[in-house]
Design a protein around this ligand. Sequence first.
Ligand code: GLU
Length: 436
Amino acid sequence: MADNKVVTRFAPSPTGFLHLGNYRTAIFAYLYAKKHDGSFVLRIEDTDRERSKKEYEDNVIESLNWLGLSYDKFYRQSEHLDKHKFYLEKMIKEGSAYVSKEQAKDDSGEIKELVRFKNPNIDVAFKDEIKGEVMMNTKDLGDFVIARNLNEPLFHLAVVVDDFEAGITHVIRGEDHVSNTPRQILIQRAIGAPTPIYAHLPLVLGPDKLKLSKRRGALPLTEYKNRGFLPEAILNGMAFVGWNPGTDKEIFTRKELIKAFDLARVQKSPAIFNEEKLEWFNKEHINLLPKEEIEKNILTWLPENMKNPKLVPIIFERINKWGDVKDMAERGELGFFFKQPEYKKEKLIFKNTAPEKISENLKQAIKALENLDEKDFNQENIKIALMAVADKLGSRGELLHPVRFALSGLDKSPDPFTIASILGKNETLSRLQKAV
Ligand code: GLU
């Protein structure tokens, strides 16, 4: 099959930061190539010199590297100007294109030369792997412009020449390019290039059913990197935007995705991107990591003065991504582990219980905990000791609420047993005494 080797490409224009929807295209093109032992090409389409910026190109490269979408070949469209020129000249010589002198539509009224494609005005049909048979009449397109001049090719010509030269077998790209395809096929025929197989991917919409776009809050992929998402989770989560394997299995490693991916299972209707679902994917992928790796990451994301391994389990329960660790710390949800909390004493009271009773209950809690040896002061033993007191009192809330509040000073916190075990015996007793 060596002759039929699959070659796909991702061809972004570096005119802005690409968002997740754009990278979904890259992911599909990559998965398809890898599944078929083919190669994956990254082509930066920078023919629009004014709007193309190095910063955006760098961001694409950083994003693809982070996602692990390694490409077998990289080039910028601007590096191929000689090839574009070669085909333009050939087309002009053969009569499928011509130079036309035209008056500029702006105020200058200057006479400019443009290269126009000689449109045969026919119906162009192509088979799309996702949309099925597509047929379009090209008559309305007229003799469309393919270059400003021999040295300034425009989009359609550049795409066709570059796909041809790179031996692209499968053009996997966004649905917004369907209407460009007939023009590109006409140019292919004119230069003697084969028509690749097309797969136009459904749009990616936000939860509001509107197209995901930069202007509407779609973030650059590197923002997800900075927020501490796992690249494997983004890969998995985004692969599921518009595709599914046809089974209930949702959590896939890179290898599994490559094996399972199939253009035939890409949906035709627009796909919805949901950030919450992506967080879910991320948590599931965190769960696949070895314990030590989880601990290392949580500690890394904690502020310098809070890097305490004892906090790892309670933080782990409350996060979907590493950035949540930092957020928890910044919201002050962890501060009480390091400093006696300040609070209004009324907050210790549970429902309508009399303050004297609360105070008495706290004393009972102290007595029970004092009996625990320092070395036995763990979550399980603390729970047994406090629950015995609570059961004797006949009300859990009247004991556990003031204990928990005395330890954390927060309306919402982990359970008192966990907090006490992390604080240790001395600190726990000191906080309970203060509350009494
Ligand atoms: N450069 C085009 C874009 O960013 C893609 C062209 C193509 O995939 O054929 O939308």
